[in-house]
Design a binder for this molecule. Sequence first.
Ligand SMILES: Cc1cc2nc3c(=O)[nH]c(=O)nc-3n(C[C@H](O)[C@H](O)[C@H](O)COP(=O)(O)O)c2cc1C
Length: 170
Amino acid sequence: MEIIIAGSPRKGMYSDRLAEAYAEATGGELIHARSLTAGPCRGCNWCKDKGNGSCVQKDDMAQVLEKARKADGIAFFSPIYWWQVTAQEKIVIDRLYPMTAEDWKGKKLTVVVNGAAEDDDREFALLKAQFQEMADYIGAELHFLGVGTTDDEAFSKAMNKLKDFISESN
Ligand SMILES: Cc1cc2nc3c(=O)[nH]c(=O)nc-3n(C[C@H](O)[C@H](O)[C@H](O)COP(=O)(O)O)c2cc1C
């Protein structure tokens, strides 16, 4: 089973709806980053050292980490903020740092980002290239979709693209 980390601060809006549709179709567990009590990574390396894979910060990420380790894959869903994922999503990504190569082994990495730009905007290629680096580093197979959600009309096209993406990547 996959865990799906939804990064939008806006409840029920475009990214949320894409993540919900994905969860419904794949049976994955949806986790909203905005609902977690999770501080940003402190870069203290405790997880790699004394913590033996656990984080020095005792917050909701302990449970997310446990789920991430057991999952077959991790899917990140996020609106694009300034050519990147949201701050909420980034906190979760950074806090997966305690995962070892062994923890990542065989996992699928799925990334679905949406922004106010047109579908052919180069921001999607930029984000894809960035996540490809992460996928290569952790040894995961990347499945990436970038869609424009300028308005409701663009959003319905995005939902159709997501459906095709789900059947191609699952
Ligand atoms: C702080 C901020 C930065 C944004 N930066 C970008 C951007 O770099 N590229 C883009 O396409 N859209 C950008 N947007 C627009 C959002 O990605 C877009 O409205 C998206 O549909 C929001 O998703 P949501 O409906 O799930 O909240 C930005 C919005 C905000 C609030």
